[in-house]
Ligand binder design. Structure first.
Ligand code: G3I
Length: 386
């Protein structure tokens, strides 16, 4: 499934409805009482309440609330949620006449209960597509099934899911159209028009997003501009560009990210950072002479590729912290253009980056550690506002 995800993937790049106005809780410590300085109980959502929504992608055990430690953290810190896997086509619509809504229903209940902005992820994506859809070669038939899928899924959650990743990853790295099943059967990019039109028709109030990685890249940026301008020129609603933001400590540059924020915003859409995480681990394609491969199994268990298995060095920790500070400084600078920042996961231990591109590594890409505690970087990010 990662077939088309190229070597540059790790540098991947990515207030509406209930812009959750969570009340700031005031706690006063003994020493502060003496100084009479009230303090705000820290949380990401309170801290950035006037800037953008702060979200997290939830896995199944978080949605089902069996992971109670994570649930407590999610409720305290975030005011937006995205399902990491449970609404993808292969999960929710695995067979032609079979839908599986149990987890998605629980997800929506979770968001409502915690008064959160609820994101649907994702309606059309070439990856994690149900195998039966991959067999369709006829355009009319594919149109019919896309229509049925969007009508059914968006229809079921009309008024409950506040924004949708309508199409995911439709572009190659050079900005040309990705030759996905959808592109190949339609013969062009018009499947995007169909998907956005249908989503708007079913739920005109929902925010509609085009979501992709590496959108900081100047050449890929051109592809996004083409897609957004085409939709807009045909009167088709698109509200935001979702920059996934699977980044590393080394890159992409703040300048490239900033140029994309500005370019997308000039198209008259909001910018969202939909899948933020920062990897500090080496990647196989960075090794001298290593070829880009489909599988990196032979590196499993190799300590050179998993250098922080027993904990981060001070140097690595500082790099991650500095990187997150730079990123959030940029986000704050462009808070008028950015409507949501979503982390791709909740704690380091639960991140997909422990298993990609090499399985079983120990990565540190998020703001909460394996014991569900805020890391030093969390406090540094909060401090940018204080
Ligand atoms: O649930 C099964 C489990 O039963 C089985 O034993 C195990 C064996 O490998 O697989 C488990 O499923 C995995 C699933 O994540 C849940 O953990 C899949 O193999 C694995 O491929 C899947 O990966 C997900 C990936 O999308 C698939 O494309 C990641 O969790 C998820 O974080 C990632 O998210 C994507 C976004 O949707 C789109 N943007 C890129 C982003 C990162 O790839």
């Amino acid at each position: 499934m990662f077939k088309k995800i190229t070597f540059s993937f790790i540098l991947i790049s990515t207030c509406f409805l209930a812009c959750n106005s969570s009340k700031k809780e005031t706690v006063v410590s003994e020493s502060d009482t003496k100084k009479n300085i009230p303090q705000t109980k820290p949380s990401l959502k309170n801290n950035f309440n006037n800037d953008f929504l702060i979200g997290a992608a939830l896995n199944t055990s978080q949605i089902k609330e069996t992971d109670t430690n994570a649930v407590t953290l999610i409720a305290k810190e975030f005011n937006s949620i995205t399902p990491e896997n449970d609404m993808k086509w292969e999960q929710i619509h695995p067979k032609e006449n079979e839908y599986f809504f149990d987890v998605a229903d629980a997800y929506v209940v979770f968001g409502k209960k915690h008064n959160m902005h609820i994101v649907g992820h994702t309606l059309l994506w070439h990856s994690q597509l149900a195998p039966w859809v991959n067999e369709i070669k006829d355009k009319k038939k594919l149109e019919h099934h896309i229509e049925k899928h969007i009508n059914t899924v968006v229809g079921r959650y009309k008024g409950k899911i506040h924004s949708w990743d309508v199409v995911n990853e439709a572009l190659n790295e050079d900005g040309s159209p990705r030759e996905s099943l959808f592109y190949n059967v339609f013969g062009n990019e018009s499947y995007l028009e169909l998907a956005f039109r249908l989503a708007e028709k079913v739920d005109p109030e929902a925010q509609l997003i085009y979501n992709d990685y590496n959108l900081w890249k100047p050449e890929k940026r051109k592809g996004v501009i083409r897609i957004v301008e085409n939709l807009k020129s045909k009167g088709i609603k698109i509200d935001a560009v979702g920059m996934q933001a699977h980044w590393s400590v080394e890159g992409p540059s703040i300048e490239d990210i900033e140029n994309s924020i500005i370019a997308y915003s000039e198209l008259g859409v909001k910018v969202m950072f939909t899948e933020l995480d920062v990897t500090a681990l080496p990647n196989p394609w960075e090794l001298n002479g290593a070829a880009v491969e489909q599988s990196y199994e032979r590196y499993e268990g190799d300590l050179k590729m998993d250098p922080y298995r027993n904990g981060l060095t001070d140097e690595a920790k500082e790099k991650i912290t500095k990187r997150y500070e730079d990123i959030f400084k940029l986000f704050l600078k462009h808070r008028d253009k950015i409507s949501r920042v979503t982390f791709w996961g909740v704690t380091d231990g639960q991140s997909w980056l422990n298993n990609w591109p090499i399985k079983g590594r120990t990565n540190y890409p998020l703001l909460f550690d394996r014991a569900f505690q805020p890391k030093e970087v969390y406090h540094n990010v909060l401090a940018l506002k204080q």
